[in-house]
Ligand binder design. Structure first.
Ligand code: AMP
Length: 280
C-alpha cells in the first residue's frame, strides 16, 4: 500500500492501473477510521481490482463555528487499518493541494440539501459536493462508497452523479454500530463517559421510530413526537432535528406513503451526533 499527498501521484497510479484494465474503487473519508469506514473499504475491496482511500478533513464542509480544528486525526493508525483491509493507495492531501490560491469553483445542490443537515449546516453540502467532485475527477473511480450513516450525503452524492453525468457507480453501505447500538463515528471520541452513555438515546429513538413504522404507524407527527419525548427525557441531549423525509428528494412528508428516511441530529453536550433509519 502506498500513501501519497499530491494529485499528480494519484493520477500516475490510476493511469497505470487503467492501462492494465483494472477497476478502481474509491472510499472518501475524513480519517480517524473505524469499522464503519472499514465496511466501505471491505466492500470496495470485494468489488474492484484496486482500492483508493482518501483521507482529507475538508475545510470547505465545516461551518465557522464547527469542529474543523479539533477533528481527530491519526494518519499512522489509519494507514495500518487500510493496509490490513487490503487498500492499495491512500490519498492524503494537504488543504493547499486541494484548494489552490484563487480557488473559486463550487458544486452546489438545491432541493435535497434544504432539510436535515443542509438546514442546520448551511455550507456543508456545497463543501461535500465540491470535494467529492474533485476526488472523482482526480481518482476517476468506477465505483465510490458512502455510508448510510450519512444518509442525506448519500442521497446528495447519488443525485449529483446523476445530474452531472458522472460515470461512477455510487454504492451505499449500511450503518455499522457499537454493540450497544451507538452508530460508529469519529466524533464519538469527543464524548465523556457520561455522554457516551447518554448518546445511546439516538439509536433508541431511531429504533422506536422503526418499531412504530413496522407496526403500521403512518402519521409522521405521531412518530416524531414519540421520538422527541424519548430524547428530551435524556438531560444531556439537545435536539437539533427529528424529521421524516422522502428517501429520494429529502423533503419532509406527513404521511408515510412512500419510502422514507427518519433522520435525527442531537447534541450530546457539545458533540453533534446523527443517526437514521430507512422505512417504507
Ligand atoms: P467520514 O470520515 O465521517 O466523512 O465518513 C466517511 C464515510 O464513511 C462516509 O461515507 C460515511 O457515511 C461512512 N461512515 C461513517 N461512519 C459510518 C458507520 N458507522 N457506518 C457506515 N458508514 C459510515
Amino acid at each position: 500500500m502506498k500513501i501519497v499527498s499530491t494529485v499528480a501521484e494519484v493520477r500516475e497510479y490510476v493511469k497505470t492501473w487503467k492501462k492494465q484494465n483494472k477497476s478502481v474503487g474509491l472510499v472518501p473519508t475524513m480519517g480517524y477510521l473505524h469499522e464503519g469506514h472499514g465496511s466501505l473499504i471491505t466492500k470496495a475491496r470485494e468489488q474492484n481490482d484496486k482500492v483508493v482511500v482518501s483521507i482529507f478533513v475538508n475545510p470547505m464542509q465545516f461551518g465557522p463555528k464547527e469542529d474543523l480544528e479539533s477533528y481527530p486525526r491519526d494518519l499512522d493508525k489509519d494507514a495500518a487499518f487500510c493496509e490490513e483491509l487490503g487498500a492499495d493507495l491512500i490519498f492524503h492531501p494537504e488543504p493547499e493541494e486541494m484548494y489552490h490560491k484563487g480557488f473559486s469553483s463550487f458544486v452546489d445542490m438545491t432541493v435535497l440539501t434544504e432539510e436535515l443537515c443542509g438546514l442546520s449546516r448551511p455550507v456543508h453540502f456545497r463543501g461535500v459536493c465540491t470535494v467529492v467532485s474533485k476526488l472523482f475527477n482526480i481518482v476517476t473511480p468506477d465505483r465510490a462508497y458512502f455510508g448510510e450513516k450519512d444518509a442525506q450525503q448519500l442521497a446528495v452524492i447519488r443525485h449529483m452523479a446523476d445530474d452531472l453525468n458522472m460515470d461512477i457507480e455510487i454504492v451505499g453501505c449500511p450503518i455499522i454500530r457499537e454493540e450497544d447500538g451507538l452508530a460508529k463515528s469519529s466524533r464519538n471520541t469527543y464524548l465523556s463517559k457520561e455522554e457516551r452513555q447518554a448518546a445511546l438515546i439516538l439509536s433508541k429513538a431511531v429504533r422506536l421510530a422503526k418499531e412504530m413504522m413496522e407496526n403500521g404507524e403512518k402519521d409522521c407527527l405521531k412518530i416524531i413526537s414519540a421520538m422527541k419525548e424519548l430524547i428530551e427525557a435524556e438531560p444531556l441531549a439537545r435536539i437539533d432535528y427529528v424529521k421524516i423525509v422522502d428517501q429520494l428528494t429529502m423533503q419532509q412528508v406527513e404521511i408515510i406513503d412512500r419510502p422514507v428516511l427518519c433522520a435525527i441530529a442531537v447534541y450530546i453536550g457539545k458533540t453533534r451526533l446523527i443517526d437514521n433509519v430507512y422505512a417504507g
